[in-house]
Design a protein around this ligand. Structure first.
Ligand code: CA
Length: 228
């Protein structure tokens, strides 16, 4: 993993020095800016920003709102006692965490690590599932084959997803109906055949060939290219 770069925006040199020193000794690269104007050009290369709420040229809150227009890296606020922020307000602005001064640089580093870890986790467990050459975007309810989008009905998407969960496994029409149509709307098992037929046509149009197998008397399965 490449070295992670932290942007520290803090106008008090004593605090900045301590934080910078601790972060560096923990293996982070640190960019230090004492004003928001100096921080701006550094935003595009950082993995996380630590923002003092009381900056000379901009409030940390406004700075955070501004950076959130273009960046989604984690932001940790540094707040002085007395300007302790409402956690909810901070989160609404787009901050991920905050630390109240005086704090121990070690504590801050622990927060930094936690935020960077949280950030990586969703990337791995993203709402995209990939099986062989298929990618399923669960948020958008779309599927693509080798980058080519398939426009599927919810039933077709449900069937394809269920089959892709375990390529080669045979799922009965009844089971597919349950999965693809969980609200129990009155459909017949026969309708599964209709959806599979339409799904076949779309897969073929997208260049996926005909990966769906009909197992007479049993149901359907999908075959995918191994290791692709
Ligand atoms: Ca300050």
């Amino acid at each position: 993993m490449s070295v992670q770069r932290i942007l520290l925006v803090e106008d008090e040199p004593a605090i900045a020095d301590a934080v910078q020193w601790t972060l560096s000794s923990e293996g982070f690269e640190v960019d230090w800016a004492s004003t928001w104007a100096a921080a701006r050009p550094l935003l595009s290369r950082c993995d996380l920003a630590i923002l003092d709420v009381g900056l000379p040229d901009r409030s940390g809150f406004d700075a955070c709102r501004e950076l959130r227009r273009d960046h989604d890296f984690p932001v940790i606020f540094l707040t002085a006692r007395g300007e302790e922020i409402d956690r909810v307000v901070g989160l609404e602005i787009g901050a991920d965490d905050y630390v109240v001064k005086p704090f121990s640089p070690r504590e801050l580093v622990a927060r930094v690590r936690a935020r960077l870890r949280n950030r990586r986790a969703p990337v791995e467990s993203q709402t995209t599932e990939s099986v062989a050459d298929f990618a399923i975007d669960l948020d958008r309810a779309t599927v693509s084959f080798r980058g080519r989008a398939l426009v599927l009905t919810p039933m077709e998407l449900g069937i394809l997803r269920a089959l892709l969960e375990k390529p080669g496994r045979v799922l009965s029409r009844e089971r597919l109906l349950d999965i693809a149509c969980p609200d129990g709307s009155p459909s017949l098992e026969r309708t599964v055949d209709t959806h599979v037929r339409s799904l076949r046509r779309k897969l073929s149009d997208a260049g996926a060939g005909d990966p769906l197998e009909t197992r007479r008397g049993l149901g359907y399965a999908i075959r995918v290219e191994p290791g692709s």
